[in-house]
Design a protein around this ligand. Structure first.
Ligand SMILES: [Zn+2]
Length: 262
């Protein structure tokens, strides 16, 4: 490990030990090592798939075509699994170190790893929502195995309306509850750890800025430089999420928990 990384990890660990109210803000980079494909950039989904299948107006007009692409993209039988990065964040919540997590990801992997105090800012593939009555339907592995998506579009068991994945399509707003929970957590936080987010997608990217403006500190984990690196990051750990969180977890040690902190 080079000295820059070593110093960054040590600095991040001592910031966490200070015991400020600590939130995490995650983007695609936290799931990259779980094999979740990214949307943008070379090799991203938009290189091969027409982004129009996730436009809400098109979904209204032609749910079957949209659903055919969506099923292949997000609901294939070989679903990604949480990585050690997701599991370490969940363990920090359990130990009282991390108080809240905001994710831009729709893959549901933080929840699957055990994180409970969470805002899934752009929704999640784990549920479908009825376009007519608003009822939510579980779209977890068991529901899929029992044939939920065999006939497209899937229909609401209550009213027969068309079901849509409960994540944010192009042309839709952020779900109110997720939005409020995220900004409430950010405005009360003294420390925000950004993991694998480019900082280009708004309003999500406002969350770390909210912490910074209120005098909070920012740790960033990303192998490259992002919009946050030279603007608001106090500490930048230039590694992938799995490696960086592994080092940080080791630096914090097994005995750190909420009650042990000053
Ligand atoms: Zn319905």
């Amino acid at each position: 490990m080079d000295d820059t990384i070593k110093a960054a990890v040590a600095g991040a660990a001592s910031l966490i030990r200070e015991g400020r109210r600590f939130i995490a803000f995650t983007g695609a980079g936290v799931s990259a090592e779980s094999g979740v494909p990214t949307f943008r950039g070379p090799g991203g989904l938009w290189a091969t798939i027409d982004p129009g299948v996730l436009e809400i107006s098109r979904f209204h007009r032609d749910p079957v075509t949209c659903w055919e692409a969506i099923r292949e993209l997000f609901y294939s039988p070989s679903r990604p699994r949480p990585s050690s990065a997701h599991r370490i964040l969940a363990s920090w919540e359990k130990r009282g170190i991390l108080s809240f997590l905001v994710t831009q990801n729709i893959d549901g992997l933080h929840r699957e790893a055990g994180t409970r105090h969470i805002s899934e800012f752009h929704g999640s593939i784990e549920y479908l929502v009825c376009m007519s009555c608003g009822e939510r339907t579980d779209a977890g592995p068991a529901a899929l195995a029992s044939g939920l998506l065999e006939i497209l579009p899937p229909r609401c068991a209550t009213c027969g309306g068309v079901l849509k994945p409960d994540f944010v399509f192009f042309g839709e707003g952020i779900p109110t509850a997720a939005y409020q929970a995220a900004f409430e957590a950010a405005s009360g936080a003294g420390l925000c750890m950004i993991i694998g987010s480019t900082g280009l997608v708004y309003p999500a990217a406002e969350i770390p800025w909210t912490v910074k403006r209120a005098g909070g500190r920012i740790i960033e984990i990303d192998p490259g430089e992002t919009e946050f690196t030279r603007s608001i990051a106090d500490i930048h750990i230039g590694l992938g999420a799995v490696e960086a969180l592994g080092l940080l977890d080791a630096a914090l040690g097994p005995s750190l928990n909420a009650s042990a902190r000053p």
